[in-house]
Ligand binder design. Structure first.
Ligand code: CTP
Ligand code: MG
Length: 230
């Protein structure tokens, strides 16, 4: 199943506290965003990458692509203030002849997604129109209401990840609906959920973490080291 992907890298990485957008942090000698892009470049099912960037980092990102990547399947798109806006701008950049293909939306800050799961996700989205990678919640979750604390039944809870994959027309419609309803979701699938459309969960791995705070960097380098030994 051939697909295209929108990779979101237009954030500021405030919680990472690195003094720069976390996409540029080096993990074992390569910037985070390069690790993420390589996952897709190495997957033969992936046809084109729309990399959504901060307009102030256009030149810096272009230079990075020239230094680390050899191929021309990456198009730079300028993002927006919120993640959701960046995703929508990515969708608008997809050429009409490319809109027949499954479109994935992925966090630039998730460099560990693997090919097996990319393929499972693309197949699920072909059948169901909307699918995401997620893992069962392992923590015991409490709901606190004033002084009352109760334990939530975790057997139906999933922690959402990216990529999330869609039939193009559906996710574009979902974004446009969210804009007119003034709805800001924390992921793209949530915009489809409010349309009451079915969504498929593809079980991923706990490795597919998003790098958010400085502690995540050490863990990421450990994962990369182990992968390079293989
Ligand atoms: N993102 C984006 N455009 C935005 C905000 C976020 O493209 N306006 C991207 C980020 O670059 C990141 C992904 O969405 O790859 C997930 O967001 P998050 O982990 O929150 O990254 P940041 O927003 O950069 O970090 P923070 O919230 O700590 O500032
Ligand atoms: Mg953010």
């Amino acid at each position: 199943v051939e697909y295209n992907v929108i990779v979101l890298a237009a954030g500021q990485g405030k919680r990472m506290n690195a003094g720069k957008n976390k996409q540029f942090i080096e993990l074992l000698d390569e910037p985070l965003i390069i690790h993420t892009l390589k996952r897709f470049i190495q997957d033969s099912w992936c046809q084109h990458i729309y990399l959504v960037i901060n307009p102030t980092e256009h030149q810096q990102m272009q230079q990075l692509l020239a230094n680390y990547l050899w191929n021309n399947q990456v198009t730079l798109v300028e993002g927006g203030k919120e993640r959701q806006e960046s995703g929508y701008k990515g969708l608008l950049a997809v050429k009409s002849e490319e809109q027949e293909r499954i479109i994935m939306i992925h966090d630039g800050a998730r460099p560990f997604v693997n090919e097996e799961h990319l393929h499972a996700l693309a197949q699920a989205a072909t059948q169901k129109k909307a699918a995401l990678l997620a893992v069962p919640v392992t923590d015991t979750i409490k709901r606190k209401n004033g002084d009352n604390v109760e334990t939530v039944d975790r057997s139906t809870l999933w922690a959402a990840q990216t990529p999330q994959a869609f039939q193009y027309d559906l996710i574009k419609k979902a974004h446009e609906n969210a804009i007119s309803a003034n709805f800001l979701g924390t992921d793209d699938v949530s915009l489809v959920e409010v349309l009451n459309e079915p969504v498929e969960i593809v079980e991923g791995t706990y490795h597919n973490v998003k790098l958010t705070t400085p502690e995540d960097i050490m863990r990421a380098e450990m994962i990369l080291n182990r992968q390079e030994e293989k």
